[in-house]
Design a protein. Structure first.
Length: 498
């Protein structure tokens, strides 16, 4: 029987550390629940000691997730481990993940510690963590630039101290597939008690080799792959979960390994994460990009028409990308709408379906036919329709060539409707200036992105803004067939999250 490779997802920890990719508290909970639905084995929920926000979100995720293990990250320090223990106490399956650097360059310049001290600290902290949690993972930071003999020694000692997983991180994305294969093989052959632990690999993508290095590590005997959805992470990112999983699935006879991931949830998970961090999917992104299953070459088109496997090594359906000929419109009922959401992989509460159905009907008034992409856009942005402090009541804009934009905005705050008018360099700038007057909140627009969430001239437009408010970068999203309205909704959405 093929080996089962554990998928350790660190989107909510390492992925969220990427500049501009932070998530709001409720967004982290939503992402964690989707990762659970995806079927990942371990969700690294955050770094509890790093901030109050991380501590609270890890605690909430630990209480919400039941089917996946929930891990908290800790340096090799008692205070870090104590924070993990506190946040994971309600987890059904908790894991403490502690780490310390083992490369000469890190020990000398960052830790200012010798090998003996690093070894002693690692063993002491694994024992300490093991007092509170039966599942302890140890990571040797910058392992791929560490001396092999020292790495094998520290792994042997932490396993003896109680670590059930030992991780080999390629922290700076330095290694190659051949080197990763050889390193994992060396650890297997030179760590006397390695049979008592699972070997993990954690690869960064600085040289574009993260997925290749991860798969090489698995082929050499690693039993856990650490990765993020869409390859998010610091600098050039981490190994992409969807690429690792589909690599193993597509080439299962070669790797003799498989995962527990429900691949039908991959597309939805990818879209959700991109949506939460306010980024569009690159068209050439492997597995989930817009061009992943498009063929323009005449030779390719002919081959696919005759037999799909001539140029497609996986099917869109295996990723949860569905094609449906049912047309939904203004005469469609709630049941048909609910069924379509279900077919697209969205498991929503009756209250959420009711809220989305209202927006669906409003969309039907401006679009003749509503596509699956429209419905997905509504589902992915369901938080836009929830109760919030500020709600858009109405707006009017005036703009033209060689003419400054003017916008009148009406916003409801509880039972009061507030109205302001402002000028700007175009209608969007004018609208934002008017909102600033109404709310009295000082905001600085850092980024503004717009793209079509569906197809056609009447496509839903999605606007993503990032506002700097009180030193925090907050992402806001807006959705409408009217791009000015979408822009206003995105700005208000960000303000409501402050």
């Amino acid at each position: 029987m093929n080996r089962i490779i554990r998928i350790f997802d660190t989107t909510l920890r390492d992925g969220e550390q990427a500049p501009g990719c932070s998530m709001h508290f409720n967004e982290k909970i939503e992402a964690a629940k989707q990762l659970e639905a995806l079927g990942v084995d371990i969700i690294e929920a955050g770094f509890p000691i790093s901030s109050k926000g991380d501590l609270e979100s890890v605690r909430a995720i630990a209480g919400a997730v039941k089917d996946s293990r929930v891990a908290g990250l800790a340096r090799a320090a008692k205070s870090d481990i104590d924070a993990c223990v506190e946040t994971l106490k309600n987890a059904a399956n908790p894991r403490i993940h502690t780490f310390i650097a083992t490369s000469d360059i890190h020990m000398k310049h960052k830790l200012k510690m010798g090998k003996e001290d690093v070894l002693a600290r690692a063993v002491e902290m694994v024992k300490y963590a093991r007092n509170f949690c039966p599942d302890v993972q140890f990571s040797a930071e910058d392992a791929t630039r560490s001396e092999r003999e020292f790495l094998a020694t520290i792994f042997r000692e932490v396993i003896e101290a109680g670590a059930s997983t030992v991780n080999i991180p390629d922290t700076v994305g330095y290694t190659t597939p051949e080197e990763m294969y050889a390193l994992v093989k060396y650890i297997k052959e030179n760590t006397a008690n390695i049979d008592k632990a699972v070997i993990a690999v954690h690869c960064h993508n600085d040289l574009g080799l993260a997925v290749a290095n991860t798969l090489a590590g698995i082929r050499a005997g690693a039993g856990q792959a650490e990765c993020t959805v869409n390859g998010l992470g610091e600098r050039a990112g981490n190994a992409a979960l969807e690429e690792i999983v589909m690599g193993l699935k597509t080439r299962e006879p070669y790797y003799q390994a498989q995962t527990r991931v429900n691949t039908n949830q991959i597309y939805k998970t990818s879209k959700l994460i991109y949506n939460l961090i306010g980024q569009a999917v690159p068209i050439n992104k492997p597995i989930v990009g817009g061009n992943a299953f498009l063929h323009e070459s005449g030779i390719h088109q002919h081959g696919v028409l005759q037999e799909k496997t001539t140029y497609e090594i996986m099917t869109p359906e295996s990723l949860g990308i569905t094609k449906n000929n049912m047309v939904l419109g203004k005469h469609s009922g709630k049941h048909a709408f609910s069924e379509r959401l279900n077919e697209l992989g969205y498991r929503l509460t009756p209250e959420e379906i009711e809220s989305l159905f209202v927006k669906f009907k409003e969309l039907c008034d401006v679009k003749k036919n509503v596509s699956d992409k429209d419905i997905e856009a509504l589902a992915l942005n369901k938080e836009l329709f929830a109760d919030s402090v500020y709600k858009l009541e109405n707006f009017e804009v005036s703009s033209g060539k060689d003419k400054r934009g003017t916008c009148v905005v009406k916003i409801r705050k509880e039972n009061e409707v507030l109205e302001e008018v402002s000028l700007g360099d175009g209608p969007v700038d004018a609208a934002y200036n008017a909102i600033d007057k109404i709310t009295g909140i000082s905001c600085r627009l850092e980024t503004y992105d717009i793209h079509a969430a569906s197809d056609g001239k009447d496509a839903l437009g999605e606007v993503v803004v990032k506002l700097l408010i009180d030193g925090a970068l907050i992402t806001g999203r807006g959705l409408s067939t009217d791009i000015i309205e979408a822009s206003i909704l995105a700005y208000i959405n960000a303000i409501n999250k402050r």
